[in-house]
Design a protein around this ligand. Structure first.
Ligand code: ADE
Length: 237
């Protein structure tokens, strides 16, 4: 069964974009997933196919109309479509690997990409959309966020990744940052590779990598470190 992605957007030409290349692109051509970009403007109002209007209460920008967005959703999701409907917005739950895994294990996603100041709140509630953010910054629209979200899901689909990349996923699943990587030459610009990596002692290499993961997480992401401690049943530092 193919993992199906549908993107509702005012800029369908932005898809598949970078997802037509590399790992995701090969998986798309191989049929591991499918992607459909649907133009919201096809459901616009009147001769000019209007999709937005000025905000009630005043203020800058334009808001996407609930009737237009709802019609686009109805057209894209026939009755019984079991896929979750996600709205990409900085107001949403921040995407993490746990949510990525949940989405990748399901039948696919329908992604609503907003432009302008956003989407009328009523259609978000009416359709019980799950609001998802990429982080605490503002993109000019949801399309880039949708592409990033799809990339995170597609690489987890069965058969898409090799064993090497799967290992990377596992380490992030553990809630820690990755250890640093090194390859040839063994010395470069006066910098030597950590000797343990050349030692051939697999257990010591594993121990060193684990220590590096913990040190990096403590130093760079105290929030992840605390969560990791709690998850392992330890007291939060
Ligand atoms: N749309 C605009 N900014 C966004 C963000 N940070 N995450 C998801 N969607 C967005």
């Amino acid at each position: 069964m193919t993992w199906r992605a549908t993107c509702l957007t005012l800029f369908p030409a932005m898809f598949p974009g970078p997802l037509g290349e590399s790992l995701a692109g090969r998986a798309l051509r191989d049929g591991a997933w499918s992607l459909e970009a649907r133009d919201i403007r096809a459901h616009g109002i009147g001769r000019h196919r209007n999709v937005d209007d000025t905000p009630f209460g005043g203020g800058a920008g334009m808001v996407m109309r609930p009737d237009v967005v709802d019609a686009a959703i109805a057209d894209a999701m026939p009755e019984g479509d079991a896929r979750p409907l996600l709205y990409l917005t900085p107001r949403g739950q921040v995407l993490d690997q746990a949510l990525v895994r949940e989405l990748a294990e399901g039948p696919g996603v329908v992604l609503l990409c907003g432009r302008y100041e956003g989407v009328d709140q009523r259609v978000i509630e009416h359709r019980a959309m799950r609001e998802v953010s990429l982080g605490d910054f503002v993109l000019s629209g949801g399309e880039m966020a949708a592409l990033a979200l799809l990339d995170t899901c597609v690489r987890l689909l069965p058969g898409v990744m090799g064993a090497a990349e799967s290992a990377v996923e596992e380490s992030h699943s553990a809630g820690l940052l990755e250890y640093p990587h090194y390859t040839r030459p063994a010395e470069w610009q006066g910098r030597a590779v950590p000797p343990v990596l050349l030692s051939g002692h697999h257990a010591e290499v594993a121990r060193w990598r684990r220590a590096e993961m913990e040190a990096a997480t403590q130093a760079r992401r105290p929030d992840l470190w605390t969560r990791h401690q709690v998850a392992r049943g330890g007291a939060a530092a």
